[in-house]
Design a protein around this ligand. Structure first.
Ligand code: ZN
Length: 470
């Protein structure tokens, strides 16, 4: 029985996850529908052409809510997809806020560009947002929520099981079985594999034996620093910046995952009586919405954390923390005197309210910026990591006198040893093919070597648009 897989994204790169599975009878299942990000016009061009007909897809199976895995779903629907979108409940809830935010940003950017072009009497080069908030509503209506760890027949002869994989709330690896005349084929797609030592989520779970595996490789050639001591290090930064220097600790953080990890750590310090009396601001409506979804799905958190809930019903809030939705209140922070901790998005510092905090906070040597997430090349975050004397923001040169601190131990992705641990539940002799996706050339090469050493002999590194019979 011949199945085929065509790689329409995250092939030889990290973003744009989209893998098209074609069954022998012609039915088509799309695994993830992610947006390409971070490459400017090149990403935009890729985002405007799927490489397949959206109406020809029978079902979409979503691994998790991150935009590089879900961000083009509204466009898929706008271009004719009408099938079911399978996801876990938490993934669905997160998609609702992330896709709405994505549409909002695109519509805003488009209006801004149009205004500027009109002012300069220039022609608009931009062809419009990828989708609108109306398209998001239409997409959300197609979601079908599935439980974890339960095989469900999603179409005749095809079962889908979501295996918890510890990456973000609701995230899962996808295990599909396809029954045909010559037996059953078993295909596992890793999604993004999380950590075995995550602060909030239980470790990735083993998955049933597969004969074809699609595996992410983001950190396929790297190790994370040890996770022990992470909380102590964070508390040390708070103590030094906010108490000793009486400065502002500015923490750029992804709205989903990292913001909740930081809040959870601060909440623990508070409960233990170790958090200094410093106001904490969470300045991002999206982060607040995401935190509420973490609260709603606290049953998915680590068992130890669920136990803590019996003592403390809110793991992400404590006296002294203010969640800020209104822009006016956010602006008041710019002129506020005295020490504080400000957590704001975006994590890579290219958009969002964090930019105002940096603009006002960077010139003061008593302040510090604590970078706790990955910053893609070309972003302001990546630039700050080089510790420049000056950055250019809002048409001004802003001196960087604040300390630039980093904590590399926070990551939503397993490192190479954790990727090895993830695939360790498999008998390599029964795996016909491993495809490495979602990585750079270096990280995929590193993971290929590692997996080969452990008996996985048929490994391919697909290129964009490449089709394989499996
Ligand atoms: Zn992800």
């Amino acid at each position: 029985m011949s199945l085929s897989i065509t790689f329409h994204g995250a092939a030889g790169m990290v973003t744009g996850s989209k893998h098209l599975l074609e069954l022998p009878d012609g039915r088509r299942i799309l695994l993830d529908c992610g947006m390409f990000q971070g490459e400017g016009p090149a990403s935009d061009a890729l985002n405007r052409r799927f490489g397949f007909k959206p109406e020809s897809i029978d079902a979409l199976v979503l691994s998790h809510a991150h935009i590089d895995h879900s961000g083009l779903i509204p466009r898929l629907v706008a271009e004719g997809f009408r099938g079911p979108i399978y996801a876990t409940e938490a993934t669905r809830d997160l998609c609702e806020i992330l896709l709405a935010d994505s549409a909002f940003i695109q519509e805003n950017d488009f209006r801004y560009d149009a205004k500027r072009a009109k002012k300069q009497h220039a022609a608009m080069t931009e062809v419009g947002p990828l989708y609108s908030s109306i398209d998001v509503d239409a997409a959300m209506a197609l979601f079908r929520v599935l439980p974890f760890s339960t095989p469900v027949e999603i179409m005749q002869g095809v079962t889908l099981t979501y295996i918890p994989n510890g990456h973000i709330l609701g995230s899962a690896s996808v295990h599909l079985t396809v029954a045909g005349r010559e037996g059953v084929r078993k295909i596992t797609f890793s999604g993004d594999v999380g950590r075995y030592v995550d602060q909030l989520l239980p470790p990735p779970e083993p998955f049933p034996q597969a004969d074809v595996i699609l595996c992410e490789s983001t950190y396929g050639n790297r190790d994370h620093p040890p996770a022990e001591g992470t909380e102590q290090e964070l508390l040390g930064h708070v103590q030094r910046v906010c108490v000793e220097q009486q400065g502002r600790l500015i923490i750029p953080a992804f709205s989903v995952g990292r913001t909740q990890e930081i809040l959870y750590a601060l909440n623990r310090f508070f409960n233990q009586g170790r958090l200094p009396h410093v106001p904490v601001f969470v300045d991002s409506p999206l982060s607040i919405n995401a935190t509420n979804i973490y609260r709603k799905h606290s049953a998915l958190l680590r068992p130890e954390i669920r136990k803590e809930l019996e003592q403390d019903p809110d793991l992400f809030g404590f006296p002294g923390v203010e969640f800020i939705r209104e822009a006016a209140r956010s602006k008041e922070l710019n002129t506020r005197k005295g020490p504080s901790i400000t957590i704001a998005a975006s994590g890579m510092m290219d958009a969002g309210r964090i930019r105002h905090h940096l603009f006002h906070g960077l010139p003061n040597a008593n302040n510090a910026v604590l970078i706790v997430g990955f910053c893609a090349p070309g972003t302001l975050g990546a630039h700050l990591l080089e510790k420049p004397d000056v950055v250019h923001m809002y048409g001004e040169d802003v001196p960087v006198r604040a300390a630039i601190l980093t904590m590399g131990s926070y990551s939503a992705h397993g490192d190479r040893n954790e990727l090895l641990q993830w695939i360790g539940c498999q008998d390599p002799g029964l795996v016909n093919k491993v495809f490495l996706v979602h990585g750079t050339d270096e990280s995929m090469a590193g993971l290929r070597t590692l997996y080969t050493q452990h008996g996985f002999t048929h490994i391919d590194l697909p290129k964009q648009g490449q089709r394989f019979e499996v």
